[in-house]
Design a protein around this ligand. Structure first.
Ligand SMILES: [Zn+2]
Length: 404
């Protein structure tokens, strides 16, 4: 009991420090003075820390959405909603053979690396990813690429579905149409040569490929697909027409900084916030501003832990509804090898520990449980990472280049 209380007290101190940092970040750039006058604990369905602060009057209407409840100069601000930001830890699961020649000979060893990633230190592909999530009590969304099974058989795909499904994580559909011309029989007439991206295919062809992918996953044991992500995020308007036809109502294929993503939708849609289009609810990959002001996708292999933490904290403070993080089944492996990349492993471990600690303020969610709600509120500002966090990423990249 006393152990529980002491851990709760530590947690409250930690939240107080975070809230004060958050106030500083909000007020100081706007040259507003603030003064934290008191803090207290409010009982609600969840334990909530309320910070009371005073600040220069007159700005309330300009910046009405504050991360904390505040009081100022006799008037009251609307209390922010207590809905936690939903975080989606998404993993694109795919198997490649290091080229398109001798596919049948190469497949078994590449499958081993991409799915298990065995090394003397452990299995750092799917098994370790699942272990880390489970250890922290978090659920992942696994977008599984199934087209390879139309070439090599259902069994290897069923192995992937079993590994993920046995731990009760969410399985959804990912699709790399590079496989289309390797399939026998061909999925539709005229598939000759490589067409890398979905937007290279007509609406009817995309519909046929997505339907084939869903059917392969059903044969492998997963017939509950609700969400889709295009390979390389390379969707276009026809992708959404195809999803609507097939009744797949959730998508996460928009990537603001990849030019091939939503190639014909750039002027029509915003890529930074959730939206509904062609009766499909779209949760774009989250992109934040790094410490240099550059746009950065929230990918575990491409950001320091501190950047991801800062971005998630600012998203929570800004009342962001959805935050989509990207990783892969092979993200914790060194490039081209079946050995763990200690830097990425450490980032993922620390991110999961952080998310587990923050429950209440944020909620790690999946795409299969509750219906995805796309709010009508005005779009909050992009999440941000601090300068030190981005410098840390550059340092880590330099170390990785040095160590190989
Ligand atoms: Zn992919």
């Amino acid at each position: 009991m006393s152990q529980t209380r002491s851990s709760s007290e530590r947690r409250i101190c930690q939240i107080k420090r975070q809230r004060t940092r958050c106030l500083e970040k909000f007020y100081r750039p706007r040259s507003l003075k603030f003064n934290v006058t008191s803090t207290s604990i409010e009982s609600s369905p969840r334990l909530t820390l309320v910070t009371i602060a005073t600040y220069t009057p007159g700005y309330a209407s300009k910046f009405p959405v504050l991360p904390i409840r505040t009081s100022h100069a006799g008037s009251s601000l609307p209390a922010p909603t207590s809905i936690p930001v939903k975080i989606y830890l998404t993993f694109d699961v795919e198997v490649w053979c290091g080229g398109w020649k001798d596919l049948d000979a190469r497949f078994p060893s590449h499958f081993e690396r991409y799915v298990y990633g065995r090394s003397r230190k452990g299995e750092y592909a799917l098994p370790k990813t699942l272990d880390i999530l489970d250890r922290h009590g978090l659920k992942g969304v696994f977008f599984v690429e199934p087209l390879f099974a139309a070439r090599f058989g259902i069994e290897p795909l069923a192995t992937i579905v079993d590994l993920i499904g046995a731990r009760n994580h969410d399985i959804e559909l990912h699709l790399h149409p590079e496989w289309a011309d390797e399939i026998q029989p061909l999925p539709f007439p005229g598939v000759t040569g490589k067409r890398q991206h979905l937007w290279h295919y007509s609406c009817d062809e995309q519909t046929a490929l997505i339907a084939l992918g869903r059917s392969l996953l059903a044969q492998a044991g997963c017939d509950t697909i609700k969400a889709f992500r295009a390979g390389s995020f390379a969707c276009n308007h026809d992708t959404y027409r195809a999803l609507r036809k097939l009744g797949i109502s959730i998508d996460s294929s928009l990537h603001a900084v990849l030019p091939d993503s939503g190639i014909d939708l750039r002027k029509q849609l915003g890529f930074f916030h959730p939206l509904e289009f062609e009766e499909v609810r779209i949760l774009p990959l989250t992109v934040f501003r790094d410490g240099f002001g550059q746009l950065r996708p929230a990918q575990i292999g491409a950001c320091s832990f501190a950047e991801l933490r800062d971005a998630i904290e600012t998203a929570a403070d800004n009342q962001t509804e959805h935050f989509v993080v990207l990783s892969h089944n092979f993200e914790m492996l060194k490039q081209g090898r079946s050995e763990p990349d200690a830097l990425v492993v450490s980032r993922f471990e620390r991110l999961c520990a952080f998310l587990a600690e923050q429950q209440g303020r944020i909620e790690v969610s999946t795409l299969s449980d509750p219906p995805i709600r796309i709010g009508t509120q005005s779009h909050p500002p992009l999440a941000r990472a601090g300068f030190a966090a981005t410098i840390r990423r550059h340092g880590e990249q330099a170390i990785r280049r040095f160590l190989g």
